[in-house]
Design a protein around this ligand. Structure first.
Ligand SMILES: Nc1nc2c(ncn2[C@@H]2O[C@H](COP(=O)(O)OP(=O)(O)OP(=O)(O)O)[C@@H](O)[C@H]2O)c(=O)[nH]1
Ligand SMILES: [Mg+2]
Length: 427
């Protein structure tokens, strides 16, 4: 027998090769996720948990482990069921609802050579148990084979959860526990009812009645489930883990991708703001003639280099300088060559919110702040499009930014922020 459980394979068959190819592919995609050099360190630290999850998954694959998780409503007998499979009380079971509080696992020694794990999860409908429910879902998401446990006809919310699980492409068994509470006739009826409700979601041979911990001193009966699990493991063990890893990697890289975008945006916004203030303060202390503001903006190269790293598309200082000239040229074209003078006069009209001695310096600083802000926003856009200005070119991007930022409120914000710092320094 080509046994994955017994690992007595003499020469690989077509299925085994398929399994290995799957496995290699899954490992590769997880490793790619982990090693992607485009993800900057700040983003990595924000996503530490997701990365830890991928590492665990890769570890599991490398060891050839298969995870089987029991999942279901509180008190249906998930822990009792796994204990019955294990042949010993490894998980705590109790008539009190909500006994299992976090996911736990145990090696199923009678199956295979130590690579099969049974995962117990908390009940999913405990009132106020959102955290436990999340823990259950996380565990189920990482499992290769799911056992959905019920103790009678299914409720609407059980069906919803089952539907969600069934849509994920992993093998799913529906186990009707506590069968000792029903007569043969009732059991047959219940089975038909479950078949009807889950038609299209679960094959009828995967609906299995058991009695994990029957009353009145009777012995547990989980043989039907045990033999079904063994036959799935034997025929598909290797592919199961690989397939699930691929699904997992796919979901995760999407999630990582989305979060990378979010986190980058946050980090980039902070970077721009920090440089705006730094630049504004520097100019306020060392006022330059307004005509030189554009030249002084070359100092913004530091910001652009920093931003380019946040987006994982590093630029040299020279390249950053050219990017800034492109932006400033568009700004001048759109606002008029004397844009800095216009801005300065608007800043002066705003006043400095009380620090009248600092009027001119503060206003110049605010103009510097504003120009750095626009340069930063435009550079962010350029990087977020993967070092491109998009179809409309730099003109369209800069025009949109100039339109979308409220000049007056940025100048005001600049004066406030700079005012605080200048007062702090001079007091
Ligand atoms: N009659 C009967 N009772 C059972 C059976 N299996 C489990 N029980 C009982 O059901 C109760 C709950 O069992 P658990 O295994 O703790 O249930 P659980 O799903 O793990 O519960 P939570 O961890 O709280 O979500 C216990 O009192 C068990 O003895 C069974 O086959 N028949
Ligand atoms: Mg439990």
């Amino acid at each position: 027998m080509r046994g994955w459980l017994s690992r007595k394979t003499e020469r690989p068959t077509a299925t085994d090769v398929g399994g290995d190819a799957h496995l290699a592919l899954a490992k590769e995609s997880l490793r790619d996720l982990l090693d992607d050099p485009r993800v900057p360190p700040q983003v990595r630290s924000h996503l530490a948990q997701d990365y830890a999850a991928v590492r665990q998954m890769l570890d599991k694959l490398e060891h050839g482990h298969v995870h089987i998780a029991a999942f279901g409503r509180v008190g249906v007998g998930k822990s009792s069921l796994l204990n019955a499979l294990l042949g010993e009380p490894r998980f705590s079971a109790s008539p009190l609802h909500g006994e299992t509080r976090e996911a736990g696992r145990a090696v199923w020694t009678t199956a295979g050579d130590g690579g099969v794990f049974l995962i117990d999860t908390p009940g999913i409908d405990e009132i106020g148990g959102e955290e436990r429910e999340q823990a259950a879902r996380d565990a189920a998401d990482r499992a290769d084979l799911l056992i959905f446990v019920v103790e009678g006809d299914m409720t609407g919310s059980e069906l919803d959860v089952l539907g969600h699980m069934a849509g994920q492409g992993r093998p799913l068994l529906l186990v009707l526990n506590k069968s000792d509470r029903y007569s043969m006739a009732e059991l047959e009826q219940l089975r038909r009812r479950l078949e009807e409700r889950t038609r299209g979601l679960i094959a009828s041979e995967n609906i299995i009645p058991v009695a994990a911990d029957p009353r009145a001193g009777r012995a547990s009966d989980v043989e039907g489930l045990r033999s079904r699990l063994w036959s799935i493991l034997e025929s598909e063990g290797k592919t199961l883990a690989a397939m699930n890893a691929s699904i997992f990697a796919g979901h995760l890289s999407e999630a990582v991708g989305r979060r990378v975008v979010e986190v980058r945006k946050q980090v980039a916004d902070r970077v721009v703001r920090t440089y705006c203030v730094a630049k504004g303060v520097a100019v306020a202390f060392n006022p330059v003639p307004v005509a030189d503001l554009a030249a002084a903006a070359l100092v913004d190269a530091g910001m652009v280099v920093h931003l380019s790293r946040v987006y994982g598309l590093p630029l040299t200082r020279n390249e950053a300088g050219s990017l800034i000239s492109v932006i400033l040229t568009q700004m001048a074209a759109l606002m008029g060559a004397v844009w800095a003078v216009h801005l300065l006069s608007s800043a002066l009209k705003l006043g400095t919110g009380g620090a009248s001695v600092l009027l001119t310096a503060g206003a110049q600083g605010a103009v510097a702040y504003y120009s750095t802000y626009v340069v930063g926003r435009a550079a962010e856009r350029y990087f977020s499009l993967g070092k491109s200005w998009g179809d409309g070119g730099p003109r369209a991007v800069v025009a949109e930014i100039l339109e979308s930022v409220d000049r007056r409120s940025i100048l005001k914000q600049a004066q406030q922020e700079l005012g605080e710092r200048l007062r702090g320094v001079r007091a």
